[in-house]
Design a protein. Structure first.
Lengths: 120, 332
């Protein structure tokens, strides 16, 4: 993987969000997991993908080709070890973000959970 | 109750909910339109197509109606300018790399050393106009030359100096005659239309200084400086900057930025040791790292030995064990 020209706290949060077992992570979900605004997420994902840390691919056409497809992101094999090393170096350990999102311990609301009147 | 008060009451009770309801209904539609417009601002058709679809799919997962509009506004204000900037930077780097001489292309096994490289690049950005020499120093074999090559190929340096980065290989064997030839060669490289040949180092360096004095920003990378004479032959002048690799930083006087190159981090050392190789048992890999002292030169030698063994079809664990024994004997 290439060197990251800039490693911000948001970059580390995104890497932590990507470290989880979930392999269907798309932009909005990553934003929710990392506790960052989606606007911040996409430039970071773009940089990480450009540097070879992450891979992305379109979701399969399982809905009969109706509507726009989501794009899933995951750490590449090399990116995974690089991310683990970087997080250990900067934060001492890799925190698991997947459980945090599931428990609702985050900044944003959970769709259809925190706001009961929201239609899903 | 006055007529005015009744009007206000009607507005509050009837019209305001109606307006809010309409706004709520309108918001998702407006969000989609804004999203398509934002995607179209990304610069390339490929990016527009990709992010347009991706963002629209994400929009379906954003709860609420007004929230959708707020979410898209965030993308428009934060993501779009940054993505555009990153795309432009990438294009510039690609253009610069195309024009980069072959000597700046790094072999695939080279492992980046971001802390040292960033320190040097930041220093060059701060001081390129004020004639400060950056001295990359450290013991032999710890990667001073490689770090200098990474800096020379770094897109930030290429952009800062507009590809006017010059590599001068020095070393123990370079005496006065060879030095004059090197300075003449550098001048000819800077001014290809007016090649010169000097036999006297002093005259050559005076000529170089006058060229640098009036010229644009240039970076001279002097690799493996061994004596004061070698350093003095490449003076610093005008807007130029010098990057010197040397084992002896006391050779350089004046305004100097020192960057020490020591052993690699464990992560870097492991990456260099295992470059292009199948995984080794962690215990053996750890012991190999320990025996090399995370010295890049030794790590590269170990990597080359293991690569040769792997290519000849040897058992990697046996080969690594054998290498470990050799390294231990060498230390004794």
């Amino acid at each position: 993987v290439d060197r990251l020209s800039r490693v911000t706290e948001a970059t580390l949060d995104v890497l932590e969000a990507l470290m989880g077992p979930d392999d269907e992570l798309y932009g909005y979900k990553i934003a929710v997991r990392s506790g960052r605004k989606t606007g911040v997420i996409y430039p970071i994902l773009d940089r990480l993908e450009d540097a070879g840390w992450i891979e992305s691919g379109w979701e399969r056409e399982e809905r009969g080709g109706r509507g726009p497809r989501r794009r899933f992101y995951r750490l590449s094999p090399d990116g995974l070890s690089a991310a683990r090393d970087l997080l250990t170096e900067r934060r001492g350990a890799v925190r698991q973000r997947g459980d945090r999102a599931a428990a609702g311990a985050r900044k944003g609301p959970v769709p259809g959970h925190f706001i009961p009147w929201v239609r899903r | 109750m006055s007529l005015g008060a009744i009007l206000v009451l009607v507005l509050m009770v009837v019209l305001l909910p109606l307006v809010l309801n309409e706004a709520g209904e309108l918001a998702p539609w407006l969000a989609k339109r804004l999203l398509c417009w934002a995607a179209a601002r990304l610069g390339t058709a490929e990016a527009c197509e990709r992010y347009g679809e991706e963002w629209l799919a994400n929009l379906d997962h954003v709860p609420g109606k007004i929230t959708k509009l707020i979410w898209v506004s965030g993308l428009v204000v934060i993501s779009v300018p940054r993505l555009r900037r990153q795309a432009r930077r990438r294009q510039r780097a690609i253009r610069a790399a195309r024009g980069l001489p072959a000597r700046w292309l790094l072999p695939p096994w080279v492992v980046d050393r971001p802390a040292e490289v960033n320190q040097i690049v930041t220093g060059l950005y701060r001081t390129a106009d004020s004639g400060i020499t950056t001295v990359v120093h450290g013991a032999g074999g710890f990667g001073k030359t490689t770090v200098a090559r990474i800096v020379g190929a770094d897109w930030r340096v290429v952009r800062r100096f507009r590809s006017r980065v010059y590599w001068v290989p020095l070393g123990r064997e370079v005496g006065p005659h060879a030095l004059a030839a090197l300075v003449s060669g550098l001048i000819s490289q800077i001014q290809p239309d007016r090649p010169v040949v000097f036999t006297d180092v002093r005259r050559a360096s005076e000529c170089l200084a006058s060229i640098l004095e009036d010229g644009p920003r240039r970076l001279l990378i002097l690799d493996d400086v061994r004596s004061y004479e070698q350093l003095a032959a490449f003076p610093i002048a005008g807007r130029s900057a010098r990057l010197v690799t040397t084992r002896n930083p006391s050779l350089v006087d004046g305004r100097v930025q020192l960057v020490n190159i020591d052993q690699m981090s464990e992560c870097q050392a492991r990456a260099l040791l295992m470059a292009g190789l199948p995984p080794l048992p962690p215990v053996i890999a750890g012991e190999l790292l320990g025996e090399t002292g995370r010295c890049p030169w030794l790590l590269r030698k170990a990597n080359k030995t293991l690569t040769e063994q792997a290519l000849s079809g040897s058992d990697m664990v046996v080969a690594a064990d054998d290498l470990l024994g050799q390294l231990r004997r060498r230390r004794r």
